[in-house]
Design a protein around this ligand. Sequence first.
Ligand code: PRP
Length: 186
Amino acid sequence: MIPYRDVLKEVLIPEDVLQERIAALGREISEDYIDSKNLILICILRGGVMFLTDLMRQITVPHAIEFMAVSSYGAGNRESTGQVRLTLDLNTDIYERDVLLVEDIIDSGRTIASVLELLSARRPNTLRVCTLLDKAERREVYVPIQYVGFSIPNEFVFGYGLDLDEYYRNLPFIGVVDLDKYPSKE
Ligand code: PRP
């Protein structure tokens, strides 16, 4: 894979801005869940990992973490197909627990809508969504989102958990892809 600088058009959200916003989200979540007895953060792999690990360090109320993975049918496309299947389930019962889903980005909304449907059937006490990035312009299905880090324009972004063909997730900032140098496969 080529160095990230060769595909970077511009930095959309620099590292210090990301971290400041995540600290603020952590404070807000800590206040909202101050009385919770059994908070669990659920990260949807893989894009949400960076965000989860930074966010949890900013949350001061006791909480557990868990991971789940879903895959769009017809993976390889950059567009969500609208159907998702569970590829890694939770190892924990969430019945009567306070569940906070942690996502890197909500685009069409189909992934998180499917996950919400699946998890609500397990009857948690509360079920909310926290996403770092919200690309609302692309929404196809309504999803309630309680915590949003940044609302972003309809740009092809990468870094900080978001990949380009599985690479560059480690970058500490969110960048915009230069489509002349990294053409879309669509
Ligand atoms: C990304 C992201 C969300 C989903 C958002 O995951 O992490 O789960 O797409 O798109 P949607 O709102 O249109 O459903 P992706 O399938 O790229 O997997 P990854 O997290 O492993 O990169």
